[in-house]
Design a protein around this ligand. Structure first.
Ligand code: NAP
Ligand code: COA
Length: 299
């Protein structure tokens, strides 16, 4: 078994919000040459690695979220690692006017937008009965309204007339009704529906809309909040067919595939990239209740 595990060839990753110290190309290095990608939540976690991998493939990026200081620091690192341009912009995906200003600025600075990655999200573990009305609404507004708001603004301002590629970062939470995740599971399920609706409506305008649904991804806020460290410590990942957590570079590679001409005949697809986790992982209410009541869970 250990030998089989060693045979899995994993791409490089680092656990922090830093760029890779080395990178081995799988795709052609000019796959996204001179394209521009607008990435929500691109200043941390999976979004930051997507930005880096895209830039290493010749793309310029806009990284957009609420914390401008964090974005500026990330942009500096990304430019240094890739030699491409990265524009940090402050938006709240719940506020359409902030997205409009950021998209206008993107077109002013770069002249076009080719790719939109809807990656911004908020989550925490909480039993449905303890979830306040505002907590449920907040996650729905960030994940679902945020994805619609950003897609609509980018479509109206650029994709409608020029085509483009949208990739939504989803989750597998709703597939089995994951415990303590009614807010995020409902939001991502709505996003999966949105992926298909917009693929159908915008396909004739040359817009493809697809999604990546990650499993537990190490070195991320999501992993930290949703019990990843506990699962690692208790060897719970052994129940996953691939027997490990995923890494951020693996998610970036799936996203690159869907955002590029490598997937030119795909639209309306949800690509599950979870090592088979949702098929076999325990949906363990009491374990998650234990994590939720621990001091680190309320963030
Ligand atoms: P993360 O680093 O916390 O990424 C979330 C990003 O969203 C942050 O950069 C945050 O930046 C931004 N954001 C949050 N609220 C926002 C708002 N209202 N407006 C604009 N930006 C906002 O966490 P992550 O774990 O990498 O998650 C990235 C994506 O992967 C999410 O869609 C998540 O649901 C999905 N996912 C992750 C895992 C996992 O194991 N990590 C598993 C399944 C799915 P600011 O704070 O600066 O706004
Ligand atoms: N458990 C239960 N409820 C929680 C909670 C938790 N851990 N964290 C926040 N809430 C509730 C708040 O109490 C509030 O409800 P109330 O007004 O009824 O008290 C509601 O959620 C909104 O919280 P607030 O902090 O005002 O929202 P925000 O817009 O500032 O932040 C969050 C949004 C809550 C999602 C915040 O965690 C966040 O910014 N997350 C981004 C990063 C992230 O989640 N990454 C992982 C992605 S998988």
């Amino acid at each position: 078994m250990a030998e089989a595990k060693a045979k899995q060839e994993l791409p490089e990753d680092v656990g922090s919000d830093d760029c890779l110290t080395s990178y081995t190309y799988i795709y052609s290095p000019d796959l996204l040459k001179d394209q521009v990608a607008f990435i929500t939540g691109g200043g941390s976690g999976i979004g930051l690695r997507i930005a880096e991998v895209f830039m290493r493939h010749g793309c310029d990026t806009v990284i957009a979220s609420r914390n401008l200081d964090k974005l500026k620091e990330a942009a500096k690192k990304l430019c240094a690692a890739s030699g491409r341009r990265c524009l940090p912009v402050c938006i709240d995906v719940r506020q359409p006017e902030s997205i409009v200003a950021a998209v206008d600025e993107t077109i002013k600075q770069f002249g076009h937008i080719d790719i939109l990655i809807n990656n911004a999200a908020g989550n925490f573990i909480c039993p449905a009965s303890a979830l306040s009305f505002n907590a449920f609404r907040t996650v729905m507004e960030i994940d679902t309204m945020g994805t619609f708001n950003t897609s609509k603004v980018v479509y109206e301002k650029w994709f409608k007339d020029h085509g483009g590629n949208i990739v939504n970062i989803s989750a597998t939470l709703a597939y089995r009704g994951q415990a303590l995740q009614v807010h995020a599971g409902s939001a991502k399920a709505a996003n999966d529906a949105m992926t298909k609706h917009l693929a159908v409506e915008w396909g004739p305008n040359g817009v493809r809309v697809n999604a990546v649904a990650p499993g537990p991804i190490s070195g991320t806020e999501g992993f930290r909040r949703l019990g990843g460290s506990h699962m690692e410590a208790t060897e719970s990942f052994r129940s996953i067919p691939l027997q490990r957590a995923g890494n951020k570079t693996e998610m970036a590679h799936c996203t690159l595939f869907l955002a590029s001409r490598a997937s030119s005949y795909m639209t309306g697809a949800i690509m599950v990239a979870d090592g088979g986790a949702w098929l076999t992982s325990a949906n363990d209410v009491s374990m998650l209740l234990g994590i939720a009541s621990s001091k680190s869970a309320r963030l």
